[in-house]
Design a protein around this ligand. Sequence first.
Ligand SMILES: *Cc1c(COP(=O)(O)O)cnc(C)c1O
Length: 403
Amino acid sequence: MQVARRLEQIGAYLFADLDRKQAELTAKGVDVINLGIGDPDLPTPPHIIDALMEGATDPRSHRYPPYPGTQEFKEAAARWCQRRFGITLNAGTEVLALIGSKEGLAHLPWAIVNPGDVVLVPDPGYPVYRSSTILAEGTPHPVPLLRERGFLPDLQGIPAAVARKAKIVFLNYPNNPTGAIATREFLAEAVAFARTYDLLLAHDNSYSEIAYDGYRPPSILEIPGAKDVAIEFHSLSKTYCMTGWRVGFVIGNAAAVGALAKIKTNVDSGIFRAVQQAGIAAMDGQQQFLAERLRLYQARRDRTIRALRSLGWQAPDLRATFYIWLPVPDGASGAQFATRVLERTGVVVTPGAGYGAQGEKYVRISLTIADDRLDEALRRLTGAFGRAPRNMAEGSRSAPPAR
Ligand SMILES: *Cc1c(COP(=O)(O)O)cnc(C)c1O
């Protein structure tokens, strides 16, 4: 058997080396601490679990759910968006339930892209934008996110010939992996760009609720006229600690939402009704627990950034997401640096190249790990690199970059 060319194009797994080292160390009895995983360590709040259990005993749950999500779920999502962003959505045509936002992101190019069409994907970026483009036989065009631009893409710098061939531009703020946030001015510029080139702006807002210091990330649909050109992906995963439940939704432009819905009727048969009930309980229920959890992440953020900077490493300021996008302190690649960190401390960090070529000289550190484990990891890092050879810290004594 030979697999399809489109699958080969997605490429080999980048972290095979690091994974092998990790397995070796674990086999030798080393207590490996993984700061590579972007998955909340805290449990789903009890009122959400209760709603699932209740939903599971409802005989309606035992049959196929409606393809686009139950009307109740879509209305709850629309209400949540109204409360949170002040935007008004038609639950019938402008909201679609997803089996996690990843599912919708992965199917979107099927609905929009013809073979050979260009899709603009952020580099670094969540890998699904690129791989889903390839699976739809489109051509991903990486748009660099550079530190000197606050990790916002230079849309005007995209050659017009490329932009004219593009069908989708993917954006994601607050951003994984860089932790960057977008200004409203930038979002307005992105909407204007999509209008100029008649392409679909697909904004991934999975981290809209994971923000600190009073910052409230906006929705792209707050920009006047955005609904003409944009859709936005939302996820209950990060907000409500529900990564395992697989539930999210997409909102915005009715034609694009409808096109994605048509793909989905041919691929899946909806989300377990009880999970949708739980999603409603999450969105309609008390949001107080979220503030408490954000305080916890914020405290982890502060301790981690302090520890990294004490090593002379350029940890950035972080206003949203739970990721620290750390420039590699010496000339090494992220993969070499991650291997060195693992060998010297038993701590796993993610090499940035996994998110695109522009991530080559970075590693990503995630804060979604129990406090005692995080503190132990920071102790080990400080111990191993505190009086590091010159080359570990060289060129990194300057102030951290502004975001
Ligand atoms: C976690 C994540 C997702 C996927 O979320 P699910 O709803 O769990 O599928 C999508 N985009 C980004 C940028 C993410 O980090």
